[in-house]
Design a binder for this molecule. Structure first.
Ligand code: FE2
Length: 378
């Protein structure tokens, strides 16, 4: 009897703690979404605004890198970002924006300096008048983009950016996995800063977690959010996070963004999805690898949820990495290209050599067209 009493209170305390923990995880599951691996809630989004001594710059389409010598630094993750500058007292707001096409047109205010892909601003601002700065992508008769993934953040990324520019691309869609090495994500940012064309990146599994590291926060700060959307020419580009399984598939930022865009679906328009992991691994259907070794989304509910979203938006082309090879295929009726041999490994796809994809769109053309070129310059 005495023994039973001694254990009654610890048991009750353990029960209460257990109920709280279960409730907390359950709440997170429904509110934020769970990510696996590693087991964690959806990472928090980072703010897109920076504050100087007397001023504030709020970005729409650019991530805030930090402040250096009084200059707030941003990195654009869409081709046409906007900035709202406000202040508490009369001052000169100094900020810079990287990853801007060299021919981008300034709307509102001119930059004081342009070097490579960076625009620098020093704008007189007063409390009664906020300023709006917008960068417009150069008008093209034909827009061209390139796509490639799985380069890591070292010299292979530099080669990919150079090759894309040489092939006439206006920008590179990076299909994820920049962080293969300890400094990968930071070295990737250095390569992106040296490039001659902008790069917009989707997050790969290695950018989400790498062993005990959680580079996702650095990815979000350096390259932008895990899910984003922009239009250019007549094409809608949808960047979706498939770096780690999401439970439920509709949870987290991805589900929120897809729901917000839901009404913009237009079957006449051209839509491109760029996301790291494919819905299925074409090598399994081809009999090249056994099903248990596939490199695709594993969670069937997530495959179905994404498939429904792709169908709803009338997606014309899905671009994936993750598989370190080059495969053009069709998944559930949607043309899909896996261009994931950015490390230039021995190519196992039918091309026999690593490929880079090029997409073209012109107003008077036949809509979105695409083809591949060898990643290595002939
Ligand atoms: Fe990957």
């Amino acid at each position: 009897m005495r023994r039973g009493r001694r254990w009654r209170w610890p048991a009750r305390v353990a029960l209460v703690i257990g109920l709280f923990a279960t409730g907390w995880i359950g709440l997170g599951w429904f509110v934020f979404g769970l990510r696996l691996p590693p087991l964690q809630w959806e990472p928090a989004a980072l703010p897109y605004a920076g504050e100087g001594e007397n001023f504030r710059v709020e970005a729409d389409g650019a991530t805030f890198l930090g402040e250096e010598d009084g200059v707030l630094q941003f990195f654009a993750f869409v081709p046409e970002p906007m900035f709202l500058v406000t202040c508490k007292e009369v001052t000169t707001a100094q900020f810079s924006v990287g990853n801007i096409h060299p021919e981008a047109i300034e709307d509102g205010f001119a930059s004081s300096e342009q070097r490579n892909l960076v625009r620098e601003y020093a704008l007189p601002v007063s409390p009664d008048q906020g300023l709006m700065v917008r960068l417009n992508f150069p008008q093209r008769e034909q827009y061209r983009f390139a796509a490639l993934g799985d380069t890591g953040g070292e010299k292979e990324l530099g080669i990919a950016l150079e090759r894309a520019a040489d092939l006439g691309a206006d920008f590179l869609l990076h299909l994820g996995d920049l962080h293969y090495t300890e400094r990968g994500i930071f070295n990737a940012a250095t390569h992106a800063a040296k490039a001659s064309i902008p790069m917009y990146a989707t997050i790969g599994n290695h950018d989400f977690h790498r062993g005990r590291e959680h580079p996702v926060k650095d990815f979000q700060r350096l390259f932008g959010p895990r899910n984003s959307f922009f239009t250019l020419g007549g094409v809608s580009f949808l960047n979706l996070d498939t770096a780690a399984d999401t439970y439920p598939a509709s949870g987290g930022d991805r589900g929120k963004m897809v729901r917000e865009l839901w009404d913009q679906a237009n079957p006449e328009a051209d839509w491109v999805v760029f996301t790291h992991r494919p819905l299925a691994d074409p090598r399994v259907a081809l009999g090249h690898i056994p099903a248990e070794k596939d490199h695709a989304l594993h969670h069937q509910g997530e495959v179905e949820w994404l498939q429904e979203a792709y169908n709803h938006f009338g997606v014309d082309l899905v671009l994936n990495g993750h598989i370190h090879a080059s495969y053009g295929t069709e998944m559930q009726g949607i043309p899909t290209w896996i261009v994931g041999n950015g490390m230039q490994l021995s190519e196992t796809g039918p091309s026999g050599e690593p490929l880079i994809l090029l997409g073209d769109w012109s107003a008077d053309g036949e809509g979105l067209q695409w083809h591949t070129e060898p990643l290595n310059a002939p």
